[in-house]
Design a protein. Sequence first.
Length: 473
Amino acid sequence: MKYSGLFTDLYELTMMQGYMLQDTNEEVVFDMFFRRQPFSGGYSIFTGLYDLLDKIEKMFFSADDIEYLRSLKIFKEEFLNYLKEFRFSGSVYAMDEGSVIFPNEPILRIHSTLMEAQLIESLILNTINFQTLIATKASRVSYATGDGTLLEFGLRRAQGFDGALSASRAAFIGGADATSNTLAGKVYGIPVRGSMAHSWIMAFDSELESFRKFTELYPDCTILLIDTFDTLGSGIENAIIVGLEQKKKGKSISIRLDSGDLFYLSREIRKRLDKVGLENVKIVVSNDLNEEIIHQLITDGAKIDMWGVGTHLVTGGTEAAFGGVYKLAAKKINNKFIPTIKVSNNAVKTTNPGIKQVYRFYNKEGGAIADLVALQEEIIPEKRPYTFYHPMYFHDKFTLSDYGRVKPMLSIKMKDGIRIQKAAPIIDLQKNVKNNLKCFDTSYKRIINPHIYKVSLSEKLKSLKAELLDVYK
C-alpha cells in the first residue's frame, strides 16, 4: 500500500516550494518531543513508530495528486515536477516503540533535507500523537485493573475508520488484552473478543431462551449480558441456570454488566454464583469506564474479573490530543551542523538546541532513576558522576554517582529512506511496554498524583542553550 503525500498541511507544501525557489534546502535535523504528560499522569508510552516508518517509506504523489495541486494555482511546474519524483531519502532516529517517555526529551529525530523534513511533519505528529495518547491511556487503564483483563470495546466511538484501527493497535500495545474490532484483529493480529447486545435477548421469547441459544452456538466463549430486564432478578437467575447446565458439560460461562452500581452488583452476583458452585464464572463489566472509576472500584473491593472499556480508551477521554511537537534542532552550513533554538517568553516553549541523544540511568537493581539529554557528540561513559541540570532553571541541579548502567535511548530506524528493520510483532511491542514499565517505581505509575520523573540536560547542552539564549534574548 502506498500513501499519498497530500496527507500533510498545505503550509508544508507552500514552504517546500518557497525553499526550492529560494534555493534553501540544506541538511537539517528536527526533533519530536512533548511538553507535558497527558491525563495528569507520570509517564507516556511511545507508540506508532512502525506505522510511521511504513508511511514515510511508501509516501508518493500520484498523477491525480499532482493535478489537484495544479488546480490550486499556487504551485509552479518545477515544484510539481519535483513532487512527481518524490521519495523520502533521509534517516529516522527514534526510541523503540513501546518505550516509556517523558516531557522535554527527543523521542524521534529526522535527518534529511529541509524540504523532506517539512513535508513529513504533519504525518509524524498525526501518527505518533494519536497512537501515543491511546497507548498511554490503555496502559493507565490496564494498571488500574491490577490483575484484571482489559477488553477494548471502542470501535463505535472511535474517530472514524482509520482512527478506530489505529486506536485498537495502540490500545493493545499499551496493555489491552483483546479488542472487539474484528478488522484490527485481522490486520494487527490482536485477539478479538465480544459478548452480545441487548437486542439479542429482546429478539427471543424469553431471556432464558436467548441465553441458551447463544451458549449452544458459542459454548467456549459465552459472555451473557444480564441487565436487559432485571439484573438481580431474572438476569442472574437465568444465567445461573445456563451456567449450571454448562458446568455439567465441562464448560463455563461469563456474565456481563453494562449498567447500574457495578460495585454493589458485582459483589451480590459473586455471592450468588459462588453459592451454587459457579466459582469459575467470570464477571465482566462495561459502561463508560475509565482508569479513575476502575481504580476506585478495585480499591473498594468490587468483584470484577474483566473490564470492557470503549469511549474513554479509544478517544483519550479527558485529553483531546497528545501534545507532541516538531522543531528544527540543527542545520548544516558550510559542511557543519549549527545548532538552532526557538526562543519564547514562556520558558517551557524554548527548545533545546543541537543534535541530541537521551540517556536513561538505572540503579543497581535495574530501576530507572532519571534521563539525561546530551549532545550527540558527548561521550557518556558509565561509572562516573554526572550533573543533571533542569531544562529551564539551570540553578536547579543534582549529581548522580551511585548508579548501575546507562542506556542510550535513540537509535537509527530508517537510513536513506529505507527502514532498516521489519516491524516487530504487536505482541512483542506489548511485552516491551510491560517490561519497560517494570523498571519504574510505582510512584511514577500512580493513577492519581504520580511522582515526577526527572529529565535533565547535560552540562554541555545546558551551556550551549545558555549561550544561544544570550544571543537571541
